[in-house]
Ligand binder design. Structure first.
Ligand SMILES: [Zn+2]
Length: 353
């Protein structure tokens, strides 16, 4: 039956629900500043809007009984909790429960509170279920690209170094009119607010699901979100013992429009190095480059493209790999994927002639 949920996932949901209840008991952390409080000079307090994706009937991605809308909300709540422990920051959420919020209301809310940055919190899924890793979508335009890129660099580095989540990079996407594809980013840019969409990892991929979709790791992700936002703004937290006031963002040229990569990798090649016929292994050198974006994975086929291996982390350039063959008649073909998931297929070699 469809309603069957794995025991492990029920446990995750129960713990998440408990965490949500705990965090919802402290709504003051995320509420507007009380009316009697003196509103500080906006330049003295950073205003951050966290936007948990989806909600209500909009479930987002779903896998193994986990709905994206639920983990979007729990990560956003926990991020808000951690971020509120820094000085000089006011945090708002666009939703704090399981209900629908129209897409255009989210950036409008950010404008109403004079937000400095709008972070849309999401988890990813792909049609093939093959892709894994995290990515950050940003505006393609001018200073909004620069702000998004500089934040994305911090977050993706932290998620990779602290949690081991594979970085798929900072990306842009345009619609047919040549403006930002994602509505929340497009509207934020039109309101003069920096924004990004954080896709923390792929919930429909076995590797990401098994390693990261647990209460502990979701909490870790939220902590990295908060730390990264604090680093970007150079915030200090006495409560957490953290001081990012000296942090310098990576330099980034401000483009007129940073176009997404619309083409697959420039080439993909495979060449034999050596083979062990008795062990049925082949050592080959693979090579691929993309002049417009970066290479992120390769997969290989032993049957001339009829079936393919799972995606293997690969950052492009000449790389020696040893592959296990199934028979001495196997051929080897490589498929290289860029960060926009576009793929180029190599020549085919006969590793044990
Ligand atoms: Zn989503």
């Amino acid at each position: 039956m469809q309603i069957m949920v794995q025991k492990k996932n029920l446990k995750i949901l129960r713990i998440l629900s408990a965490l949500l209840c705990m965090l919802l008991c402290v709504p003051a952390l995320f509420s507007p500043i009380p009316a009697d409080a003196k509103e500080p000079d906006p330049k003295e307090s950073v205003v951050v809007v966290l936007d948990p994706g989806h909600g209500g009937a909009s479930e987002g991605a779903a896998y193994n009984g986990i709905f994206e809308k639920d983990i979007d909300l729990s990560v956003a709540l926990m991020t808000g909790y951690y971020l509120s422990q820094f000085e000089g920051v006011t945090v708002y959420l666009t939703r704090t429960g399981d209900y629908e919020v129209p897409l255009e209301d989210r950036p409008q809310f950010a404008r109403s509170v004079d937000a400095d940055f709008f972070y849309s919190i999401h988890f990813n899924a792909s049609d093939s279920h093959d892709f894994y890793g995290s990515e950050v979508w940003v505006s393609a335009f001018g200073e909004y690209y620069t702000a998004g890129y500089q934040f994305a660099k911090i977050l993706l580095a932290n998620m990779s170094s602290e949690l081991g989540i594979y970085s798929r990079g900072c990306k842009t996407r345009l619609n047919s009119k040549g403006t930002d594809y994602y509505g929340v980013i497009r509207l934020c840019t039109s309101y003069g607010i920096s924004s990004c969409i954080i896709e923390h990892c792929h919930i429909d991929n076995r590797y990401d699901f098994d390693n990261y979709i647990s209460p502990e790791l979701l909490q870790e992700m939220a902590y990295q979100d908060a730390i990264s936002i604090a680093m970007y703004f150079g915030l200090t937290s006495h409560a957490l013992g953290l001081d990012f006031s000296d942090y310098t963002r990576v330099p980034c040229e401000t483009p007129v429009c940073h176009k997404p990569d619309a083409t697959p990798p420039d080439f993909a090649l495979v060449a034999p190095v050596s083979a062990d016929a008795s062990a049925k292994t082949a050592t080959v050198v693979i090579n691929s480059l993309d002049s417009n974006s970066s290479i992120k994975y390769f997969s290989y086929s032993l049957d001339q493209g009829a079936t393919w291996s799972e995606l293997i982390k690969y950052s492009g350039g000449p790389t020696v790999v040893t592959l296990q063959l199934r028979s001495q008649n196997d051929t080897i073909t490589i498929a290289a994927y860029n960060q926009y998931d576009k793929c180029t297929i190599s020549n085919t070699i006969d590793p044990i002639p």
